[in-house]
Write a protein that binds this ligand. Structure first.
Ligand SMILES: [Zn+2]
Ligand SMILES: [Zn+2]
Length: 183
């Protein structure tokens, strides 16, 4: 399989280092090629004023139009977002559209930049895992653990468990050793 091609999108003037974290993570973990990093507009019609949040699935569908054929798109969003039935989401992946978003505001609450960068790294890996066909995983520490709070995000590692890594391997995607748990 050829290396994965990825477009990184952002929707506001976010910290340059956060973009760098996302880029490095995607390149190193999946040996992917980041072909473009660009800013996009998110339509106001995706905003729900009653919740002061954006509808995550509309956002992800929207950004999929910025994705060249055969490539994957991931948005780093300065918006807070939800899907019906959940109070909020840290991220959302739509595998059929090869597109995902990570919603930053709740990941940036409190704490040091080191912690924030680490959360962004984990959520980028997590959403990418979904894009590549992984479901949530219960193996302690696996980056595919479902996270309900930043505490959950902080508790998991930035690595795929052996089982998740081998599922990806079956699809021809090799995860760098650095991003695989030894269990
Ligand atoms: Zn998930
Ligand atoms: Zn796993």
């Amino acid at each position: 399989m050829n290396s994965l091609k990825v477009v990184i999108l952002y929707d506001a003037d976010i910290n340059h280092e956060i973009l760098l974290v996302a880029r490095t993570t995607i390149q190193e973990a999946f040996n992917a090629e980041v072909i473009e990093i660009r800013k996009v507009e998110i339509p106001d019609t995706f905003y729900n004023p009653y919740r002061d949040q954006y509808l995550a699935d509309l956002v992800v569908e929207h950004i999929s139009y910025f994705r060249p054929e055969e490539s994957y798109a991931i948005l780093l969003s300065s918006r807070d977002a939800y899907v019906p039935g959940l109070n909020f989401v840290f991220g959302l992946a739509m595998p059929l559209l090869q597109s995902a978003a990570v919603f930053l505001p709740r990941l940036m609450l409190g704490n040091s930049t080191t912690t924030i960068f680490s959360r962004v790294e984990k959520e980028v890996l997590h959403e990418f895992g979904h894009l590549l066909g992984l479901e949530h995983c219960r193996t302690p520490g696996c980056v595919m653990n479902f996270s309900n709070s930043v505490r959950d995000v902080d508790r998991k590692t930035n690595k795929f468990c052996k089982r998740c890594a081998s599922k990806l391997h079956e699809k021809g995607i090799i995860i760098s050793e650095k991003y695989v748990l030894d269990k």
